[in-house]
Write a protein that binds this ligand. Structure first.
Ligand code: AMP
Length: 368
């Protein structure tokens, strides 16, 4: 049984690595010859819009999934129809995840609290949004934003001019700035039969817009219950199959949805060693209609992203219980090169070791 993956990044690579023990094969499509998934699975090299390659993927694969969000929705819908191949997660969820305005509308429709926001397509609309939503706020591109790219915090009128000059060429969204106490994400799977499996809540720390540290399980049971409720609303809404992630700000105990990702997520990498079944395996189980695996934590996990360059392998592996995942990429500033995970018997031990690891890696972030 072959699974097609649009995108051959680290997520595709980890999907393939999780699928081989289940007897699955993979075929990836990616424009880059040195895509990380191409080192562990066959890779078709070409554009995501290449009809000939998409047709081949559709012919050879049981199901097609994606490892990044910005593949063409129109192209996917066309191959699904023309070649009668299943696309999972559903294209409608992908379309929503690609557009911050559609995402906000969905949260509102499903009564999931989100930030106050307004769509912005002209400098006049920006002035109106600044007045309506207030300062401070964040101006974000509606599409193609990830890892903090395509966004600017606005605290003053001068900031607004600068942000407009920087981002104003594409449709935007302006939202209130949330002085959050912490950020969390919830990750869960749904199978076509409607079975769901939700992971323990993840506590996420970002630096310069990029995820640096995830700890799980995290937060009180009330947060877990709320986040699970919201996640299940979205899963049901789309009659979803696969893994879905929602990220929240937490402010005074209230969860405020920031964004959703219709795919396996960086904040779920800890599940490889830290949960009974990893998010990657559960994504594959879900899209293939197989029974979902248990999502319980094996202990208290911390996952640290390795960004820009990898520290010497031996230095990390000398730390007891540290698992290294090297994505096989060439070093570049700001690039996610790999991650490492540790699992401890208590939250206190996990937090202590996570701080020491970040210190050792010279990562300066404020850990709540
Ligand atoms: P995003 O691409 O929307 O996930 O934003 C990346 C990161 O920027 C978030 O995880 C937050 O740390 C920060 N951020 C984004 N939007 C806001 C906001 N409205 N208020 C405060 N921080 C934000």
């Amino acid at each position: 049984m072959t699974v097609g993956i649009l995108g051959g990044g680290q997520l595709g690579r980890m999907l393939a690595l999780a699928g081989y023990p289940l007897g699955l094969d993979f075929l990836c499509l990616d424009p880059s010859a040195d895509a990380p998934a191409g080192q562990v699975a066959p890779l078709l090299r070409g554009a995501f819009t290449d009809q000939r390659l998409l047709a081949r993927l559709a012919r050879e694969c049981e199901v097609i999934t994606f490892d990044w969000e910005n593949v063409s929705v129109r192209g996917l819908a066309a191959i699904a129809q023309r070649h009668r191949v299943r696309i999972c997660p559903p294209v409608a969820a992908l379309a929503t995840g690609q557009d911050r305005v559609a995402e906000k509308r969905l949260f509102e429709r499903l009564h999931i609290p989100t930030t106050r926001w307004q769509a912005v397509e002209s400098s006049r609309q920006l002035a109106r949004a600044l007045a309506g939503v207030g300062l401070p706020g964040v101006l974000k591109t509606r599409r193609m934003g990830y890892d903090g790219k395509g966004q600017a915090v606005i605290r003053t009128a001068q900031d607004a001019d600068r942000a407009w000059a920087q981002l104003g060429r594409v449709p935007l969204l302006y939202e209130e700035y949330v002085p959050f106490d912490c950020e969390v994400s919830i990750i869960g799977a749904r199978s076509p039969r409607g079975e769901t499996a939700v992971y323990p809540l993840c506590g996420n720390v970002h630096g310069a817009g990029m995820l640096r540290l995830t700890r799980a399980p995290y937060g009180p049971p009330a947060w877990q219950r709320r986040a699970t409720l919201y996640l299940k609303r979205v899963l049901t809404h789309f009659r979803y199959s696969g893994i879905l992630t929602i990220e929240f700000f937490v402010r005074r105990g209230r969860l405020i949805a920031n964004e959703m990702a219709p795919r396996v997520h960086n904040s779920g990498h800890w599940t490889i060693e830290g949960a009974i079944t990893s998010q990657f395996e559960n994504h594959l189980r879900a899209i293939l209609g197989l029974p979902l695996g248990a999502t319980d934590a094996r202990g208290f996990s911390a996952m640290v992203n390795l960004i820009g360059e990898l520290p010497p392998r031996a230095r990390l592996l000398a730390l007891a219980g540290v698992h290294l995942h090297d994505y096989g990429k060439s070093a570049r500033p700001g690039r996610k090169m790999g991650h490492c995970t540790l699992v401890e018997p208590t939250a206190a031990a996990r937090d202590r070791r996570a701080r020491a690891l970040l210190n050792d890696l010279r990562v300066e972030v404020r850990i709540p």
